[in-house]
Design a protein around this ligand. Structure first.
Ligand code: DQA
Length: 142
């Protein structure tokens, strides 16, 4: 069974309480359960991780690169400036789906640019936590 890493970056551990009008009321634990359940529906082994530490995130992307695993990545604020994370993502050989819960293009200008998008297979933005389910359904077909 294909193993997929769902990696959530800085501040996403606070989902549920963090700006619910923008990010919704689903907690990170509930999001993780949703992703694992979606994986079971579509035949993927899904592991969900979250960190506020950029070096940790880069290490997890290296792990996926070495294992050849597909990745669903919400790199949160790092999306907008982390060339280190982008360089890690460009080492992936399996598909990478970038997900943003909010519609970043309808928000502040600094959110309109993602340095990750150019090395991602696809980007899903603005579908709320449904974006993760869409990403996993895509990966099951890829
Ligand atoms: C986010 C959007 C980013 O701009 C923001 O910094 C986040 C979350 C999203 O999921 O909508 O932390 O990636």
């Amino acid at each position: 069974m294909t193993r997929v890493l769902v990696l959530n970056g800085v501040n996403l551990g606070r989902l549920g309480s963090r700006e619910p009008l923008i990010y919704g009321s689903t907690t990170h634990a509930e999001l993780a359960d949703l992703c694992v359940a979606t994986g079971q529906e579509v035949g993927l082994e899904v592991e969900v991780r979250q960190t506020d530490d950029e070096a940790q995130m880069v290490g997890w992307v290296h792990e996926a690169a070495d294992a050849g695993n597909p990745v669903v990545l919400n790199s949160a604020a790092w999306s907008h400036y982390s060339y280190a994370l982008r360089d890690a993502c460009s080492q992936l050989t399996a598909p990478l789906v970038e997900v943003h819960i909010s519609q970043v293009h309808a928000r502040e200008e600094f959110r309109h640019t993602s340095v990750i998008s150019a090395v991602a297979t696809a980007t899903i933005t603005g579908l709320g936590v449904e974006g993760y389910r869409a990403a996993l359904r895509f990966l099951a077909l890829a």
